[in-house]
Write a protein that binds this ligand. Structure first.
Ligand SMILES: Nc1ncnc2c1ncn2[C@@H]1O[C@H](COP(=O)(O)OP(=O)(O)O)[C@@H](O)[C@H]1O
Ligand SMILES: [Mg+2]
Length: 232
């Protein structure tokens, strides 16, 4: 197990805002998001949560990092997995090295302790690992499904960062092993019709969309009273 806690603490700018400034309004919104997810389903536990969006640069990675951080702060043992195999970025968010990760767990039969990077007792990170030639095939493999099943027993919450829906089918495949999907929508950037089509596509593929996060809202734009709302 590679413990990067010391390095992580030295690099102030790489500490997520929800860790660095827990009392800020922004961190409060991430906690609100966590609460809303927890309240989104009374019957079944939402344990594996995927984040996707219509376009790139809408805030999936930043939201995933902060959501995983606030879950870990609530004493939930949390694993953040980077499944954006084409443009992995989670490791950069924590200034980690993406040398060994998810792909290596499967191709080299590594156990979780050899592949995961530890931020704190309650926050573990699984980066993408060695670049694969066929990401979609990897995501569809039974081995990945089995791995997620095993990880469910080891963590309270698993947060998965995915690529945007418009570019590739990866997010749709990933949604099949998530209990709930969050759609990240950047204010003014995403076309409402594109977002609606993606919700339809995901739902038709059996995904459970638990909500939408509106990002990149200007402070002047006070029509958005809440950062998070149910799309339904
Ligand atoms: N809630 C937010 N409000 C404002 N800017 C944001 C927010 N979330 C992310 N960003 C910014 O948007 C850009 C893209 O974020 P990123 O998380 O990498 O997007 P994606 O993973 O969807 O490609 C970054 O510059 C990031 O700092
Ligand atoms: Mg990203």
């Amino acid at each position: 197990m590679r413990i990067l806690k010391k390095k992580y603490n030295q690099l102030g700018s790489y500490i997520p805002i929800s860790e660095r400034e827990p009392n800020s309004i922004i961190s409060e919104q991430y906690r609100k998001l966590r609460t809303n997810i927890e309240l989104s389903n009374f019957n079944t536990e939402i344990k594996v949560i995927g984040l996707t969006s219509t376009l790139a640069m809408e805030g999936k990675t930043v939201t995933s990092i902060n959501l995983a951080t606030v879950y870990s702060q609530s004493q939930k043992k949390t694993l953040l997995i980077d499944m954006d195999l084409r443009k992995p970025k989670i490791h950069r968010g924590f200034k980690m090295i993406n040398q060994i990760g998810l792909s290596d767990m499967i191709t080299h039969h590594l156990d979780i302790d050899s592949a995961v990077q530890v931020v704190s007792d309650h926050l573990h990170i699984l980066t993408t690992g060695t670049k694969l030639p066929f990401p979609a095939e990897f995501l569809m493999s039974d081995k990945l499904k089995d791995l997620i099943k095993t990880l469910r027993n080891q963590y309270d919450r698993i947060i998965i960062d995915t690529p945007p829906m418009t570019a590739v089918a990866d997010a749709s495949i990933i949604s099949s092993f998530c209990d709930g999907m969050i759609l990240v929508v950047a204010s003014k950037e995403a076309e409402v019709s594109v977002a609606k089509n993606i919700i339809k596509d995901l739902t038709q593929n059996g995904a459970h969309i638990i909500g939408t996060v509106l990002t990149r809202v200007s402070k002047k734009d006070n029509k958005y009273l809440s950062y998070y709302y149910e799309y339904k």
